[in-house]
Ligand binder design. Structure first.
Ligand SMILES: [Zn+2]
Length: 159
């Protein structure tokens, strides 16, 4: 059994960044909101303050990294290009807890043999669908956290 405290922090950051489309060279200044979560652990309750600080630091850097993810998965407003790799990575990450559960179920299935095969297979299929759904929802929500400053964009005038 684990003895200690687990500190969890959440952070939100608003960053002024640049959106640069690799396909059509569309360029714009953007405001992106990033959200992150961080964890700090204090084994045997011996370092509460450090663990709390660690959680906040981790949350802040996760929030900043999140702004990069948002830019990566946002389709270009001009040519609709969007990085498939970034979308796939983001979907995989968002659905990670579900994949863990699916693997757990698969292990249980292996242990109990064929008697539970069908119900467990149905459960696994359900959770895979749930994972894909949650991930897709996260990706579509992420694109709402970016705001383009069209007026500051010189490329917008030539269209
Ligand atoms: Zn583009």
């Amino acid at each position: 059994m684990y003895v200690g405290n687990r500190h969890v922090a959440v952070a939100t950051t608003t960053e002024e960044l640049v959106f640069d489309c690799p396909k059509c060279n569309y360029y714009a200044h953007v405001t992106v909101v990033g959200m992150g979560e961080g964890v700090g652990v204090s084994p045997y309750m011996m370092r509460e303050q450090a663990a709390a600080t660690e959680a906040v630091d981790a949350a802040e850097s996760a929030a900043f990294a999140d702004t990069m993810v948002v830019i990566g998965i946002t389709p270009c407003p001009k040519c609709a290009h969007r990085s498939r790799g970034a979308v796939a990575r983001s979907m995989l990450k968002q659905s990670m807890p579900v994949w863990g559960f699916v693997i757990g179920l698969a292990l249980v299935m292996a242990m109990f043999g064929k008697t539970l095969l069908l119900p467990l297979a149905i459960a696994i299929a359900f959770f895979i669908l749930l994972g894909v759904f949650l991930a897709a929802r996260q990706v579509s929500l992420a694109t709402r956290r970016i705001r383009f400053h069209e007026k500051t964009n010189p490329a917008a005038a030539d269209g």
